[in-house]
Design a protein around this ligand. Structure first.
Ligand code: AMP
Ligand code: ZN
Length: 130
């Protein structure tokens, strides 16, 4: 399969790996938003949250809970932003979780177009109607 992250897992493309076990790999994002910006991926290829194996998802949570204190200790980050894109906004079609250490004044902000927003009432109506 022509997948960059599968190639990283196979060792065909280098990565700055910081953690690895039978199920997952964690490595530095090549285009970091902050110091220590990481990607956590399953070794078994899948694309979105609709396909990830629940046991693997649970294991990923455990890995995050293990890594976050280490990031605090070693990088002195003061927070961790967790993001995971599905389909639109997902450039690499191998499931991955962004683990982004946060620092005061890191200026990391999500840009969005307020003009596209419906009212809360309208969105609530759409989401809750039968
Ligand atoms: P997304 O837009 O959610 O699919 O994020 C894909 C992420 O993969 C981006 O943050 C890229 O910087 C990162 N990325 C792409 N290629 C590599 C690579 N070879 N090694 C590490 N990170 C990569
Ligand atoms: Zn893959």
């Amino acid at each position: 399969m022509d997948c960059i992250f599968c190639k990283i897992i196979a060792g065909e493309i280098p990565s700055y790996t910081v953690y690895e076990d039978e199920e997952v790999k964690v490595f530095l994002d090549i285009n970091p938003s902050t110091n220590g910006d990481l990607l956590l991926i399953p070794k078994k290829h899948c694309t979105t949250i609709l396909e990830i194996d629940p046991a693997t998802w649970k294991h990923m949570l455990e890995v995050i809970q293990m890594l976050y204190p280490k990031l605090k200790e070693k990088l002195h980050c003061e927070g961790l932003t967790i993001a995971q894109n599905n389909d639109y906004g997902q450039d690499i079609k191998h499931f991955h979780i962004h683990l982004t250490p946060r620092y005061p004044d890191d200026l990391l902000a999500h840009q969005f177009n307020k003009d596209l927003l419906k009212s809360l009432e309208e969105v609530h109506q759409i989401l809750t109607e039968a």
